[in-house]
Design a protein around this ligand. Sequence first.
Ligand code: FMN
Ligand code: SF4
Length: 480
Amino acid sequence: MPQEYRLILKHADQPGYTPGLDCYLRHGGYETLKQALTRAPKTLPDGKTLSGPEQLRDEVKLSGLRGRGGAGFSCGLKWSFVDRKSGKPIYLICNADESEPGTFKDRQIIYKDPHQLLEGMIIACYANDVHLAYIYIRGEFVEGAKILNRALNEARAKNLLGKHILGSGYGLEIHVHRGAGAYICGEETGLIESLEGKRAYPRIKPPYFPAVLGLYQCPTIVNNVETLCAIKHIAAMGGAEYAKLGTPNNTGTRIVSISGHVKRPGYYEVEVGKVTLGELIHDTAFGGGLRDGHSLKAVIPGGSSAKVFKAGEKFKLRRKGPEGREVEQEIDMLDLPYDFDTLIRAGSMSGSGAIIVLDDSTDIVEALANISEFYAHESCGQCTPCREGSLWMSKALHRLTHGEGREQDAEYLAKIADNIPGGRTICAFGEACAWPVQSFVAKFKDEFVAKGKADEERRAKENRAAKPVREIELTLNAKC
Ligand SMILES: Cc1cc2nc3c(=O)[nH]c(=O)nc-3n(C[C@H](O)[C@H](O)[C@H](O)COP(=O)(O)O)c2cc1C
Ligand code: SF4
């Protein structure tokens, strides 16, 4: 039976576990930091010596950890891009914006185990020679910001932050920065602009890859809350041990947020790829199945920007057969292992790990209208395809959901959506607003067409009914 595997959330929901430092220390907190700071240099067989921080970076590479913020990019690789020779300070930013609709995992860590995040951050900063770091948290998370500031003060008082942390000679300060609450502030370069006190306009990459030209034009690492917590566990257990969790190329655990029409919406930590999408939705250890008397209609597997799956959808994927050879297999949507690579191969993504379940009571046009309204509101407006496209799509969907639809609206929507992604915009928001429209319209086209057609027919009838009898008579006479 698939079960949760709680590594990051090991203590979070235990009775009596509190976010305070004393509680964290009682549960072995900051022991990994102590070990990390006192790691002795290691001499390799070729005579080269690796410092403690270099060893930590190697462990992260070995762990295969992929970012939990959305893109699933290799954390070790990202760290290897950091320009360490520029002579400029290196910054680290923890992305706690958690802006993708359907996602509610980072805030659980912050509310329930903030010191775990701080320990992960301090180790990540030490590994990368960072002496000033930020936690960028969305404005609405007022309580989360308070908890983090309290935790930072506790850590400062115990010399877990500041100069010469635990007598090591290594110094670090971490500040909490509250955003104003905009989806685009979660995009790493928009976030950096916002942190610099400007409007969160994403930057063009290249040249503004944060690892080279990030905060104040200095090398910067941006990592998600959950990614940074995983760093603490990688430092404790070693990269190779961590890589044994999960599946090859999709290592470790991840926290999945399940919402929508399931009996047990909530957050669940699982080994990546060891549980299928269907198990996460239906198993009693997770979503617990659909509401009684309802059947599945669709699943958004990775936050609102991920392409939707239709119930019963099948995919032809290459997988290892019983003899270990790769064979092409037909897999039902519910049997897809919930990992980064499989979901991409199935045409969607696991993104921020947010599964949104829609049952047969869902009006699919209404659902897409809701999503599109959000994206039209959140576009930063720098790029024409995104600014105009997201608005046109939202307007068309508003029409369709307010009795003003047209039969051709499905095609109109698809045409707009097809012209936004593919490198036409500065940031990936362009894709994020187009993917739901492309996939909803392609997979549920009949519902969009039917709605538009019904609206047109009803309007035509109303127009006929509204014409005064005298006018109709005149028209008929004229025709005669
Ligand atoms: C529009 C948009 C919104 C994003 N929002 C978030 C967010 O709220 N939290 C997050 O961690 N990453 C978000 N990301 C991804 C970040 O840009 C970045 O890739 C991530 O923080 C890197 O951390 P990771 O490598 O640990 O995943 C967003 C990306 C885009 C394009
Ligand atoms: S794609 Fe959209 S959100 Fe991103 S920079 Fe362009 S206009 Fe702004």
